[in-house]
Ligand binder design. Sequence first.
Ligand code: 2BA
Length: 107
Amino acid sequence: MKLILAVVQDKDAAALSKKFIENDVRATKLATSGGFLKAGNTTFIIGIEDDRVSDVMEIIKESSHTREQYVSPSISSRGSAMMSEPVKVTVGGATVFVLPVEEFKHF
Ligand code: 2BA
């Protein structure tokens, strides 16, 4: 068994949840925030049999879209305001980690 941690954009979370239900993929959804943009995103925790990992990865890939966002680097390292141009970053589709599961129990 594997544990998949998938960080996706909030805009993609509802469609991805729906796909998981349709495909009988059990998942837990967490409201998270990115360390860089400090904006909300969604992290799914999925416990899945080894032979279904590639199917789940494909579902995540299909449902997660790349978007461009602008960040204002407005505070300098000394904490004073700076006038600088917003910086464009490309966010997503999804950031996915696959971990081995030593033991799984469902009581
Ligand atoms: P954030 O940390 O808010 O990052 C949002 C986007 O900002 C990133 O998109 C990337 O394009 C950019 N970015 C992040 N750190 C940067 C830096 N130090 N310098 C320049 N640009 C930077 P994604 O790479 O698609 O990441 C989307 C979200 O996935 C992240 O939101 C974070 O919540 C999560 N994530 C990404 N890599 C991770 C990792 N190695 N470990 C844990 N979470 C990660």
